[in-house]
Design a protein around this ligand. Structure first.
Ligand code: GRF
Length: 218
């Protein structure tokens, strides 16, 4: 029996990327499994999905804590109580402190709906459309203290088409996100994607598969 990397997913809302990770992890040969989902909002729809899948789904409402440190301590405690060794942020909308990020250093990744370092932060689709760029996409990266910065695991590009609304572009990118995120988690869990000198090194045997991801949304 293969030992699977025990993963916790942090969400704030819909949770479609979390669901994509859970579904990928259901494959017997996938090298990771989702052992816990944590949401910081009681109305996070993803909690229902996780519960329906029988995955421990924990609400840690940031409003119930007096400080960010207490909120984050509660999250780490919940993750570790469920045996989590690696954390995926999936639409998690709280800025994490350097202490939390350091605790999970190189065991914490995020998905962002732009081709970083372009368009960090919010409203990425509106900003890309306003600039008239012809390629957009998504990025999976290891988390560092600065927002939407950190060693890039892989990216997927999608075209921006004339007449796109922000919602059209968001939907096209989201389809790519749902392929990219599980593929990145798989490479990390297998050890074929690793942080070295603040970049992600892809092992020779995984280079071609990683390159195929770059157009995952097309
Ligand atoms: C995704 O577009 C993700 O890239 C961004 O927030 C959105 C979350 O969507 N960080 P979902 O909750 O995974 O459906």
């Amino acid at each position: 029996m293969m030992t699977k990397l025990p993963v916790g997913v942090l969400i704030s809302g819909r949770g479609s990327n979390m669901a994509a990770l859970v579904e990928a992890c259901e494959a017997p040969e996938f090298p990771a499994k989702v052992v816990c989902v944590v949401a910081n909002r009681p109305d996070a729809k993803g909690l229902d999905y996780a519960r329906a899948k029988g995955i421990p789904a924990v609400l840690i409402d940031h409003k119930a804590y007096g400080s960010k440190a207490e909120f984050e301590t509660a999250m780490t405690a919940a993750l570790e109580a469920n045996g989590v060794g690696f954390v995926c942020l999936a639409g998690f909308m709280r800025i994490l402190s350097p202490q939390f990020i350091e605790h999970w250093r190189d065991r914490l990744i995020n998905i962002h709906p732009s081709l970083l370092p372009s368009y960090p932060g919010l409203h990425t689709h509106e900003r890309a459309l306003a600039d008239g760029v012809k390629l957009a996409g998504c990025t999976v990266h290891f988390v560092r203290a600065e927002m939407d910065v950190g060693p890039i695991v892989a990216q997927a590009a999608v075209p921006v088409l004339t007449g796109d609304t922000p919602d059209d572009l968001a939907a096209r990118i989201l389809t790519a996100e749902h392929k990219l995120y599980p593929a990145c988690l798989s490479m990390i869990a297998k050890g074929t994607a690793k942080v070295a000198d603040e970049q992600v090194e892809i092992a020779a045997e995984a280079v071609e598969a990683a390159a195929r991801l770059y157009s995952a949304g097309v």
